[in-house]
Structures are given as structure tokens and as C-alpha cells.
Design a binder for this molecule. Sequence first.
Ligand SMILES: N[C@@H](CCC[C@H](N)C(=O)O)C(=O)O
Length: 284
Amino acid sequence: MRFTKMHGLGNDYVYVDCVRTRPPANPAQLSQAVSDRHFGIGADGLILICPSERADARMRMFNADGSESEMCGNGIRCVAKFVHDHGIATKSRLTIETGRGVLGLDLEVRDGKAVRVRVNMGEPILESAKIPTTLPGDPPVNAKLVAGGTTFEVTCVSMGNPHAVVYAGDEFFRTDTRDLVAELGPKLEYHEAFPRRINAHFVRVHSPSEVTMRTWERGSGITLACGTGACSVCVAGVLTGRTGRKLLAHLPGGDLELEWAEADNCVYMTGPATEVFTGEWPTA
Ligand SMILES: N[C@@H](CCC[C@H](N)C(=O)O)C(=O)O
């Protein structure tokens, strides 16, 4: 099986062209195998680029544990780059079908290759999270819950896939002694309030237009960036009055530009997409 390793801000996936080659029989199992950083290719998961009747291509994304997610923000930028650079559709405006519908993308092309992509990530979904306790006076997306013995105030936003945003102290950004994201991220992911599990983001606000965030991803653990997560942080910032509609998010792997547009209620995400190498994965 031919594959291409790509990343968006270090959020890396193995991409397989299923437009021109047969799709893998068991993508969940394949994702676990290729993602293994010691015995596989090494990745946060697997993304299949498939034919679509409604868009230029369709993506299916699998986390490193084999679970399938509805969407991947860093992944969709790389899918667009692959579709463009590898000649599936050589336009600078593309549509990609995802688990949350068809999304539109604008590619910045240099020397024939897409380098940056702006994605219309669609409207945030705010009523999807089922949370037992809401804070008095807060919208239902805000909740207080206890995970791993720590009380969290979370803001839940779905971008097709579920996210919990926590405004956290400096201790969540230190990794020299004890990594609280590694310790408490999984407790939030598997919290009983989230029957479909959740992606957890720990955010420090610098100004109304700038944050730093770290992520614990559902099904993949700590990653260097999460695109849908950064969109949820942008929305959560507006909902909680902490940040404005335009946001620069610093993630461990680099920066994303975000905007929750008033005009159409959609979230726009802009960031890079990078191809690393191609190879052959042995199939039985
Ligand atoms: N890294 C992604 C999100 C991948 C899916 C996520 N782990 C989930 O299960 O929902 C992104 O860039 O959005």
C-alpha cells in the first residue's frame, strides 16, 4: 500500500489515496498499526482520501487507537494539499466531504504546491454535549465537573467532533516535573459526561486576540496541534467573554489563525500543510 506522510503543525497522519487505489479492508486496524511510533510508520492516525459524489474528495479519519472521528482540522488542510499537489483536482478552491458535511477550502499555492489553506469549518454546534451540571447563569455549554480529583469548568463546543475547553493555569504548560495534560487529559476524555469521549484543550489567554493551548486528543493522546480544537477554543473564548472573534492560537507545533465570523456564523481556520515523505506499507 502506497502512503504519504503529511502533517499540519506537527499533527501527523498517514494518508492513503483511495481515489486511485483500492481502500484498505480494515482501516481501524491499519490506523493502529501505522500510527505506532516504534513498530509502525509513526503518526497520530490514518486519513483516507476517497472519491466523493458531492465534493472534490471525501476524507475519513481514524485516530491512533483505531476510532473514527467525524472531522480533523489539520488533516483536512493536508487532504486539500494532497488533492491539489497530486493532481486529483488542481484548483485553488476545493470542497472536501467530511463526517460533518462538505467544507470549502482556499489554497495558497507557491511554485505549483499548496503551502497554506483556509478552511470554512462550518458552524459550531453548541447543544451537543450532554453535561450533568451547568453553572448557574451560564449557557448550557458551560459545566463544572470533577475529573481525576480536579474540578474543571469546561466549555463544550462541537465542530462536528466534540471538544471540551478548559482555561488553565501555568501548571498545565509545564512538562519538566509533572505533565498535567497527560495526567488529566485522559480523565476528561473518558469522563462519564461524555459518552462519545472528548478532545480536551487547556488554554492560557494572553490577550483578547491571542492564546496558547495544549491538547489531549480523543483516541490519540497528546498531539502537537488540533485544528478542530483550536476552532472550539475560538468559539469558547467568545462564549465566555475571554477572547474576540479573531484569534491567533499558539500550539506546540506552531500557530493557527482563527475567526468565528459574525456574518455567516462559520469558523474559519488558516494554517500550513506539509508533505514529509511517501512510502510503501506491506500488506498481506
Ligand atoms: N487532530 C485533529 C482532530 C482529530 C480527531 C480527534 N482526535 C477526534 O477524535 O475527534 C484536528 O486537527 O482537528
